[in-house]
Structures are given as structure tokens and as C-alpha cells.
Design a protein around this ligand. Structure first.
Ligand code: S3P
Length: 185
């Protein structure tokens, strides 16, 4: 209700849903399914960046470096904070790390953290070559290192946390739908 009031003050009478979590936590897949269930538009910050830059995430990191990508993330989430209505927004796993971005996330709507254990993430990310921060080196050590820095951040930014390890996509979608309906009733 508090979030709804915040949106009302801004002239919005609906609630956006933001999905945060580590790489491989299922944000993009869940967002796509949820958008069908709730009849809301789904957007993904990585997809928006890739479309604008006409480059893959790997190419952006390789050509311009991580800071350039992080600045694009901030521009993107800032725009969504201004404009998103009735939208499901999945964000890159590193986006909530920057303090400025945390402010935008909190303003946008409910922020659901799809939490998963390192074991689960490792299984899902094995063989993936699309994430520059996990390429080369020991996959498990990379996940553990980043998780150590990020776990508290994800928990603090989230309005709701779902432990997804033993859940199917459909179950995660149902859980978010219930939270959303509770907050909107
Ligand atoms: C990143 C996560 C990726 C993508 C980029 C950096 C991160 O998004 O933004 O590779 O720092 O965790 P996903 O979480 O959608 O994989």
C-alpha cells in the first residue's frame, strides 16, 4: 500500500514489478511468463542496452569496459524510474550494486529478489558464454566472490524475497502474482 501511495503521489495509480537477482536466477524468464499472467509489459535492462548499442553485452564490455556498461545501466534505470507504468522490469545482476540505482529501484515499485544458492546458480550458468564477468577462470569461485559482495545489497534493496532453488518457473510466477495482488488489494 505504501508503494501504491508513492506511485499515486507521482500521478501513477499502478505498480511496477522489478526483478533483481544474480545472473542465472531466472529474472528474464520469470518476467516473460509473469507478463502473460498479469497482462503487463515486460522489459529487461540488458535487452534495452543491447538494442541501443547494437552490440552484445560481451562486445560492450570488451570494447568500452565495465564502467561504460554500468553508466548505460544507470541511464536506463533512471529512464524507467521516470516513465515505467504497469511494467515488469528485470534488471542485470550487477545493476542494484550502485547506490544511485538503488534509489531508482526503490522508487519504481515492488522489488522482488529471486534468491538462489551458489550450487543452483553454478548448475544454471555452467557452459554460459554470454556473461563477461564469469568468463574464464573458476566459475564457482567467480559466483562466490560476486555473491559475497552482492548478497546483502540484494536483500536490502528488495521489498520481497523468493527462495527459488526448489521452485519451478511457474511456482515463482505464482508467488510473485500473489504478492502483487496482496499489495494491490
Ligand atoms: C551482470 C549481469 C548480466 C549483465 C552483465 C553483468 C552482472 O545480466 O548485465 O553480464 O554484473 O551480474 P543477467 O543478470 O541478466 O545475466
Amino acid at each position: 500500500m505504501t508503494l501504491c501511495m508513492k506511485n499515486l503521489r507521482k500521478g501513477r495509480c499502478n505498480m511496477n514489478i522489478v526483478l533483481i537477482g544474480f545472473m542465472g536466477s531466472g529474472k528474464t524468464t520469470v518476467a516473460a511468463e509473469l507478463s502473460k499472467e498479469l497482462n503487463m509489459t515486460a522489459v529487461d535492462t540488458d535487452v534495452m542496452i543491447v538494442e541501443r548499442e547494437c552490440s552484445t553485452i560481451n562486445e560492450i564490455f570488451a570494447t568500452h569496459g565495465e564502467k561504460y556498461f554500468r553508466d548505460l545501466e544507470t541511464t536506463t534505470i533512471k529512464e524507467l524510474e521516470m516513465a515505467a507504468e504497469n511494467t515488469i522490469i528485470s534488471v542485470g545482476g550487477g545493476l542494484p550494486v550502485k547506490e544511485e540505482n538503488q534509489r531508482y529501484l526503490k522508487n519504481i515499485g515492488m522489488v522482488v529478489y529471486l534468491r538462489a544458492k551458489v550450487d543452483t546458480l553454478e548448475k544454471r550458468l555452467l557452459g554460459d558464454s554470454t556473461r563477461p564477468l564469469l568468463s574464464g577462470g573458476d566459475l564457482r569461485a567467480s559466483i562466490e566472490g560476486l555473491m559475497e559482495k552482492r548478497a546483502d545489497i540484494y536483500e536490502n534493496v528488495a521489498t520481497d524475497i523468493i527462495d527459488t532453488d526448489k521452485m519451478s518457473i511457474a511456482q515463482v510466477v505464482d508467488a510473485i502474482k500473489n504478492l502483487y495482488n496482496e499489495k494491490n488489494s
